[in-house]
Design a protein around this ligand. Structure first.
Ligand SMILES: *Cc1c(COP(=O)(O)O)cnc(C)c1O
Length: 404
């Protein structure tokens, strides 16, 4: 591939369709720094950029809040992998997700999944709803529930997350995209756990794809970031304002780390899946384990959808064990390979107990039938396991020792 010229930061460019995701990610879209010939994209720390003598900005850059050239490569790679022409990077997954909602107006109606990343759910309840957004929480694993909730001409946005943290329920993206289209609502998908290599929401009809880059895309647990990908004009119109003016801009160093991590994303996802399948099978047969929820297991209630929609089942498990809260306390002390810690998508394996009561009180606040349906998945709580890149035999032995 030929060397590319410096970009003006405008994400509108045709995706490179011909090469596979592995190649595009491994080679950072084939880019070579045109000034130095460097194969590693340079890290530009500058917060400000010189103006042309005629007063213009021929580079398209003035100040870091709208743009820094270090963003070009990861943004273009993500746009290309997602099959959208536009992608905007943010300081975090939450900054990316909230920017999508902040493109709406008080009084707008949105339909969102009842199971989603806890902090976003809490933000919707504590900030977006008091601000005036009319938010309806539905069981997104059931497209009929979404069809019943959307109000044609009134609903502006349908927000889903698949697989959904922390129960790993799935949403049928194509089915929900058809419902949203009929209602003239936009569909946004939090695809953090599926990553840009396992599921292609835009090809399935979604308008926007949101990622926490802090997780699998960076993959090394050392940089926070977020992204919104989609049609170039849509991304520009919906989320550029919230990002630029609220200041949810990524640091160039984090952009550089994320670009470096993304080079191995397809390879790492294969290893995460391999480890997760081994651990899920081991735990499902374990006498102390009541239930393992993993899209790659035939026992997952939506395994057929997972096979259809995901090219790989990712590396996240939920595990029910009687007396989980007590085991969690022992884990902090006794685990040798796993780390008892929040977050996901890193090279190191992480486990964390999510107590259903605590989650309901602190952020989910589901009531009635929705709470019952959550408990049907999660029981009194689940161990959320993010399978890293260690040898699966070491992971199985570590959990086995603590569970006995
Ligand atoms: C972590 C996470 C987020 C939030 O991302 P941050 O980078 O932590 O702000 C959003 N959605 C999902 C599914 C996540 O796992």
């Amino acid at each position: 591939m030929s060397a590319r010229t410096p970009e003006d930061g405008n994400p509108e460019r045709a995706p490179h369709r011909a090469l596979s995701p592995e190649t595009l990610a491994a080679q950072a879209l084939g880019r070579v720094d045109p000034r130095t010939g460097a194969l590693v994209p340079p890290l530009h720390a500058s917060t400000t950029f010189e103006r042309d003598p005629d007063g213009g900005y021929s580079t398209g850059r003035g100040y870091i809040r709208p743009h820094n050239p270090t963003f070009d490569e990861p943004a273009e790679l993500l746009a290309t992998l997602e099959g959208g022409a536009g992608c905007l990077l943010f300081s975090s997954g939450m900054a990316a997700a909230t920017a999508v909602f902040q493109s709406l107006l008080p009084g707008d109606h949105v339909v969102v999944a009842r199971v989603m990343y806890w902090a976003l759910r809490k933000w919707l309840i504590d900030f977006a709803m008091p601000w005036g957004l009319e938010v309806e929480f539905v069981d997104a694993s059931d497209p009929d529930a979404i069809a019943a909730a959307v109000r044609p001409g009134r609903t502006r946005l349908v927000w889903i997350e698949t697989p959904a943290n922390p129960t790993w329920e799935l949403t049928d993206i194509a089915a929900v995209a058809a419902i949203a289209r009929d209602a003239r609502a936009r569909l946004a998908v939090d695809s953090t756990v599926a990553t840009p290599v396992l599921t292609r929401p835009i090809a399935l009809g979604a308008d926007l794809v949101v990622h926490s880059l802090t997780k699998y895309v960076c993959g090394h647990g050392d940089a926070m970031g977020g992204a919104v990908a989609g049609g170039a004009a849509l991304v520009e119109r919906l989320v550029t304002g919230p990002r630029v003016h609220q200041g949810g801009t990524l640091s160039p160093f984090n952009a550089w780390l994320i670009a470096r991590g993304a080079a191995t994303l397809p390879l790492r996802m294969r290893a995460h899946e391999e480890g997760a399948l081994a651990l899920a099978g081991f735990l499902e047969a374990h006498p102390r384990v009541a239930r393992v929820i993993y899209p790659g297991l035939e026992s997952h209630p939506q395994h057929a959808l997972a096979r259809r929609q995901m090219e790989n089942f990712s590396g996240m498990l939920a595990v029910q064990v009687a007396g989980g809260a007590g085991i969690a306390r022992r884990m902090m002390d006794e685990l040798e390979v796993f780390h008892y810690a929040v977050s996901l998508g890193h090279h190191r394996s992480l486990v964390y107990w999510l107590d259903t009561e605590d989650l309901m009180r602190s952020s989910f606040r589901l009531t009635g039938a929705q709470r019952e349906s959550y408990a049907r998945f999660a029981g009194e709580g689940v161990f959320r396991i993010s399978v890293g890149l260690e040898d699966p035999d070491d992971l199985c032995a570590d959990l086995d020792r603590v569970l006995r």
